[in-house]
Structures are given as structure tokens and as C-alpha cells.
Design a protein around this ligand. Structure first.
Ligand SMILES: [Zn+2]
Length: 105
């Protein structure tokens, strides 16, 4: 799939989210996690448990976060505030590319 996506360089697909989207829905689609240190991690698994989301990252960190549309992570995802991708997660280019084409309206 990733090779295929890379081949289609003229693919102008935009991914649009509502600004008030809940964090879980964002994470489920984007599969990236912005840590406080400014790294963008890849999400291996995510599981919704009531008002919380349990996340497992590709660099083996496990997190439990509140599912809110106004959380820091949701804001950072919308504002694209992250500095760089996590080197341990090895986030594939197509995923970063997809995220960079994602708009929040
Ligand atoms: Zn990571």
C-alpha cells in the first residue's frame, strides 16, 4: 500500500476532519500521537475504554489519555505543532504525507 501511494504523487486527496472531532476519532484515522516533547509517534494499537483511550506506540510506550476534543493532543494534532517524527517509531513517509494533507475545518 505504501509503495502504491508513493507512486501516485499527483494524488490530491485531502483528508478533512471537523474541528470538534473527538480525540479518539482523530487518532483512529491519523494513527499518530503527538508527545509533549514535540515528537510525532506512530500508534500501534488504540482502544477506547469509557472516557479514556489506551494507546500503544510503535516505540513500545503505553499511554492512557482522556478522550476529549479539547485535550492538548487534539489541539496539537489540529495545529500540527509537532517538531519531528519519533526515530524509534519509524513512522512511514506516506503516513506523514497523509497527515500533512489533512485539514481541520
Ligand atoms: Zn515513538
Amino acid at each position: 500500500m505504501s509503495a502504491n501511494r508513493r507512486a501516485k504523487k499527483k494524488n490530491k486527496t485531502k483528508y478533512v476532519f471537523r474541528k470538534r472531532e473527538k480525540l479518539y476519532n482523530l487518532l483512529k484515522r491519523i494513527k499518530l500521537w503527538p508527545s509533549r516533547s514535540g515528537l510525532l509517534h506512530g500508534i500501534k494499537t488504540l482502544e477506547k475504554k469509557g472516557n479514556y483511550i489506551k494507546l500503544e506506540l510503535h516505540c513500545d510506550k503505553v499511554l492512557k489519555v482522556k478522550d476529549s476534543k479539547n485535550s492538548r493532543a487534539a489541539r496539537w494534532l489540529r495545529n500540527k505543532r509537532m517538531v519531528k517524527p519519533c526515530p524509534e517509531c519509524q513512522v512511514p513517509d506516506w503516513k506523514l504525507d497523509k497527515y500533512s494533507k489533512t485539514a481541520f475545518k
